[in-house]
Design a protein around this ligand. Structure first.
Ligand SMILES: [Zn+2]
Length: 221
């Protein structure tokens, strides 16, 4: 399964997408710590991302450039008419990427199995493709309020997971069929979270998580 995924990845991702992603992953390791700290101070504000950008300052210009890239819009372009889309209708800031992070928030696992989006509390989250809701969990631990949707994409099963949403904001129910772009819920900070963000995961075949940024760059259309 993993071998097949790796081959598909190599053949379907353009070279420049790989470069972009590599930059992103590297940058994430560098800025995760400071950003997590800032995010705590901006809990609850719809302008959380703006606050982070304005208050973020480091003396190293290279690191500063990476920080700006992470907090500015335009890191991706969502096509509202696509059959596979990003979890937000427009480009929003992203912070922590997929993979190992040395400066993970206290208590979090060193391997980050998803991608974090930071549009601010209350931002509407959308289904990335047509599918069926396989689970809705209202919890205040772990992934918090989270929803899993199973999709069939090019004949293959893939599960998308939307985590840390606000209590009472989930707009779907278990077993429901959804269309791409349908509202899943609202960005919150439930469960193990230091501030409002969407933690988003993708699991091909319902198995091990893959890097959502790489996958979405390759598949969003
Ligand atoms: Zn996360």
């Amino acid at each position: 399964m993993l071998v097949v995924a790796a081959i598909a990845f190599v053949t379907s991702v353009p070279a420049n997408a790989l470069l972009t992603h590599e930059d992103l992953a590297t940058g994430d390791l560098g800025v995760a710590g400071p950003r997590e700290t800032q995010r705590i101070e901006s809990v609850g504000g719809v302008a959380a991302a703006e606050t982070i950008r304005d208050s973020y300052s480091v003396s190293d210009p290279a690191e500063n450039a990476l920080a700006n890239r992470f907090t500015s819009d335009g890191t991706f372009v969502n096509n509202p008419n696509g059959t596979i889309q990003w979890p937000f209708k427009v480009s929003v800031p992203m912070s922590s990427g997929f993979g190992y992070r040395p400066d993970q928030p206290a208590g979090a696992k060193p391997f980050h199995s998803g991608l974090d989006f930071n549009p601010g509390a209350g931002a509407p989250i959308q289904a990335i493709a047509d599918g069926t809701v396989t689970s809705v969990i209202e919890s205040d631990s772990g992934l918090g309020v989270h929803v899993t949707i199973r999709h069939q994409i090019n004949g293959d099963v893939i599960d998308s997971v939307y985590a840390h949403m606000q209590f009472g904001s989930v707009a779907v129910s278990e077993g429901q069929s959804v269309k791409v772009g349908d509202r899943v819920g609202l960005v919150g900070s439930t469960g193990q979270s230091t501030g409002p963000h969407l933690h988003f995961e993708l699991h091909p075949g319902g198995g091990e998580a893959v890097d959502p940024f790489t996958w979405l760059k390759a598949h969003a259309n």
